[in-house]
Design a protein around this ligand. Structure first.
Ligand SMILES: C[S@@+](CC[C@H](N)C(=O)[O-])C[C@H]1O[C@@H](n2cnc3c(N)ncnc32)[C@H](O)[C@@H]1O
Length: 220
């Protein structure tokens, strides 16, 4: 199956019910990946028959909680961990028998090795920009797919987003979740964007954030 917007819409449609059931009631933390973007990542991972994921950039743990609740063995990197978040996630994992491995380290140092060892989808929400693109390029041969957050066309202030420019020039095959995806699944985000923006239009004024990148272990 080719990596296209319509494929991402199809898989998200297919797994929407399970995703909603497993993740309902999860508290959104401002600045986190949007629920619709997490729907896409988790649906694609399920569709690619993956049981494990690696994320980098945990902060308050919204994405981490979603990944665990969706049943993925989750390796989660964070360079600047928040103790309260680590405690909450560890408690949640124990109470529900979720498989969570929190690593409080710089992902740039371990990404290549971790990708090689785990050969699973990778979700990068820190480091950002060019660093995230370079990590993905180095790891791509071991991955079914990767996702990088904050890949809008423009950065805050309206200047070109150097990370997106790096992605455009990387030779990687990618799709940005855009209007067509948001039309169908954007309602999942209504509670989320209100904490960060005054409207959906304001949220996407510099373009959409989430890039999904095809890896060499993509399952056709
Ligand atoms: C936007 S926040 C993550 C939000 C989270 N993914 C969510 O959905 O709630 C980005 C995080 O990436 C972390 N980060 C930045 N560079 C990193 C690196 N090299 N390795 C690991 N974590 C990093 C930051 O400390 C920050 O907590």
């Amino acid at each position: 199956m080719a990596l296209t917007t319509s494929h991402l819409i199809d898989v998200s449609r297919k797994y929407l019910g399970s995703f909603m059931e497993l993740t309902s009631g999860t508290k959104y933390w401002p600045g986190g990946i949007l629920p619709s973007e997490m729907l896409c990542f988790c649906s694609l991972a399920w569709d690619q028959q993956q049981s494990e994921v690696v994320e980098s950039g945990r902060k308050h743990g919204f994405s981490t909680e979603i990944l665990m609740k969706c049943g993925f063995r989750t390796v989660s990197f964070e360079i600047d961990p928040i103790q309260e978040t680590s405690n909450r996630l560890a408690r949640l994992a124990v109470e529900n028998a979720f498989d969570l491995n929190m690593r409080n380290e710089d992902f740039t140092r371990f990404a290549h090795e971790v990708a090689y060892v785990h050969q699973c989808p990778m979700l990068i929400d820190g480091p950002k920009g060019r660093k995230a693109v370079n990590i993905t390029k180095e790891a791509i041969e071991s991955l079914p797919f990767a996702a990088i957050h904050d890949m809008s066309e423009k950065a805050e202030g309206g200047n070109p987003n150097v990370g997106r420019t790096a992605l455009n020039e990387s030779g990687l095959e990618f799709v940005i979740l855009g209007d067509e995806f948001a039309e169908e699944f954007g309602n999942l985000d209504s509670g989320a964007w209100k904490s960060d923006y005054s409207s959906r239009a304001e949220m996407t004024r510099y373009g959409f954030h989430m890039a999904i990148i095809k890896g060499n272990k993509w399952n056709d």
